[in-house]
Design a protein around this ligand. Structure first.
Ligand SMILES: CC(C)(COP(=O)(O)OP(=O)(O)OC[C@H]1O[C@@H](n2cnc3c(N)ncnc32)[C@H](O)[C@@H]1OP(=O)(O)O)[C@@H](O)C(=O)NCCC(=O)NCCS
Length: 278
């Protein structure tokens, strides 16, 4: 009989995967694999499924966005979720902190993995805090001005957008901004703010969500929203709010799980107000 001994990441067999992600084999036999894994901020695995393996993911620290059969689940510390065989899934760390979790796979998932491919993965979309890539503020200010503020805000300018973005250089508190980068170039952003111009009694707000016109329709907007939701959740907010000037866009937010909670007015324009539970 095999002798029992203590196991931890100091002594377990280690491997690297993805972009600077770590894995340790806590148990590894033909019937069972138990891995502890660490994913740094802004990393994701490729979407895949297992033919026969049943899995259970259990979060130790950080926040995971677990996509299972195209449905996203936000998991915090001590949350767990199972994944049935043949169901496509991927785990994403959209936050600014490390994500540490355990994956139990039975039978052992070795050689039982089929990658499904994912256009955002292939194109290497990364979500980073603006704090960690402030050199992109000029391009992001231009994008924000062109696609949002010049249409809706009075006296908007690229200079004002730059100043405002410089106020968003925070990691663990509002206001913060997250940037979507493709091959290291900024192609979108979203902000988390205490207030976004209306209803001072409620917070926080998803604001300034914008994706460069050339890169739309590839779920980058959705990824940015998920990343902002993870940040708000990590800051212990139970609900996130947004306001929308464009009258057609609430339909899309509704499809992503947001609820219409009323109308208001900002800069003389009617706006839809929406919320989502975290
Ligand atoms: C809204 C925006 C961020 C979406 O970015 P994206 O990366 O294309 O988003 P996704 O790929 O995740 O989702 C695209 C979906 O949004 C829908 N959508 C985007 N803008 C829309 C609008 N104005 N009205 C209705 N639906 C819209 C698209 O129809 C598409 O739907 P589909 O999935 O059925 O094809 C992007 O269109 C944008 O930057 N728009 C200008 C700025 C803006 O309006 N920001 C929102 C402020 S509230």
């Amino acid at each position: 009989m095999k002798k029992t001994h203590k196991i931890n990441t100091q002594i377990a067999e280690h491997f690297n995967w993805g972009t600077h992600c770590d894995g340790w084999f806590l148990a590894n036999n033909p019937n069972l694999c138990i891995l502890q894994e660490k994913m740094p901020a802004g990393t994701m695995e490729e979407k895949h499924y297992h033919e026969k393996t049943w899995q259970f993911f259990f979060i130790i620290s950080g926040t995971a966005t677990m996509e299972i059969d195209n449905v996203q689940h936000l998991l915090g510390a001590l949350d767990g979720i199972e994944v049935q065989p043949q169901v496509p899934h991927k785990i994403v760390n959209n936050t600014n902190q490390d994500l540490v979790f355990i994956v139990v796979s039975t039978p052992n998932h070795k050689l039982d993995r089929v990658n499904v491919g994912n256009h955002t993965q292939e194109k290497q979309i990364e979500i980073k805090s603006l704090m960690d890539c402030k050199e992109h503020i000029p391009q992001l200010a231009e994008l924000w001005y062109e696609e949002i503020s010049r249409h809706w805000a009075p006296n908007a300018s690229i200079e004002k957008a730059k100043q405002k973005l410089n106020e968003h250089l925070n990691d663990n508190k509002t206001p913060m901004a997250l940037v979507a980068l493709q091959n290291k170039k900024p192609i979108g952003m979203a902000c988390l703010r205490e207030n976004d111009g209306i209803r001072p009694g409620i917070s926080p707000w998803l604001g300034s969500l914008v994706v460069h016109p050339k890169h739309r329709g590839q779920a980058i907007g959705e990824m940015l929203i998920d990343a902002i939701k993870s940040q708000a959740k990590a800051l212990n907010y139970p609900v996130l709010y947004l306001l929308a000037f464009d009258p057609t866009i609430p339909n899309w937010y509704t499809r992503l799980g947001w609820q219409f909670i009323g109308t208001d007015e900002l800069f003389g324009h009617p706006v839809a107000v929406m919320s989502i539970s975290l």
